[in-house]
Design a protein around this ligand. Sequence first.
Ligand SMILES: *[C@@H]1O[C@H](CO)[C@@H](O)[C@H](O)[C@H]1NC(C)=O
Ligand SMILES: *[C@@H]1O[C@H](CO)[C@@H](O)[C@H](O)[C@H]1NC(C)=O
Length: 313
Amino acid sequence: MARPTSPLRLALFALYSFYLSLAHAVSSSDAQKPSSEGRGYSLGEPIPVSCLNRTVETGEHITDASGALQYIPFPVCAETSRPLELAFGIESSLNCTIPYISDPFFHLLEFYIHNDAPLTCRIPSKPLPPSVLEQDFRSADETTQEGALGTQSSLYTPLVVALAGTLQLSHLHVGNDLNLLVHARPKSEGPGIVDAATAYSIASHARNARVTIGDELSLHFSVRWYPSTTLPPGWSGYGGHVYKSTFLYCLLSAGASAAICVAYFRGVELPRRLKRYATDRVGRGGGYGLPVANGMSNGYGGYGYGIGTGKKD
Ligand SMILES: *[C@@H]1O[C@H](CO)[C@@H](O)[C@H](O)[C@H]1NC(C)=O
Ligand SMILES: *[C@@H]1O[C@H](CO)[C@@H](O)[C@H](O)[C@H]1NC(C)=O
């Protein structure tokens, strides 16, 4: 029993195919133009962080047989069960707890904090082309290595983590509150491309984690993104947040000075004027003079014409 095709069904079908073609048009206009440059990141796309592998003995970076530096994934974070990842364009508070500080990792931390070696990491400036992803880390680096530390490879942006802290005999203090700043290329020049990145511990003494071998290390990243390579001006003075209280202060001081004026007038000025008025009345034999204006008071005073300045002459 074939159902008859009703006009309503036809209309719905037409609407549906129109919607499909619209959706397709939108999505294809959204996609980056395929080019040899490759596409940029889309908003929120994960960006893997990898760091230089170093020897535990000296902190020296490790190179493979061909002399290329070896980058290995950032330690796995307990929060995600994956190595640290940034999300393109997402400002967030990112936690990465390294669940277990192994003996070698502890010694590397000592190198970083003692500034014997930097914690040198890097992120792909844009999604890596499949040709790079298909290879393993070692051979990928061979093809992408250019210049010292591989920082001149256009595929990667260096992300050096300036880890602060203090060394003790048996343990160390790690400044585990970090700012992580990422600059994206201006959208007009190339959307979804990372141009610069850095990270640094906020305060080595006030906020840090005491760790030793076998402990966990909890890193807190405040991630901030900038839509260009210039930093926006940030300093508006220490009083940036005091505007409301400044206004209140103005209001209060205006009120206070008004109160002082009233008090002065009532307590000092008014009695003085009253007194002057009274002495005027007594001393001058009850003139009509108002105490407000001297000229007027003299003009019409009880002996006004007597004292006059020569009107009589
Ligand atoms: C880092 O280098 C050390 C020493 O060569 C090596 O044992 C270790 O496997 C390397 N790490 C990774 C993740 O490849
Ligand atoms: C990160 O860790 C801090 C301190 O443990 C916690 O207060 C904060 O809520 C965590 N943030 C996220 C996004 O999990």
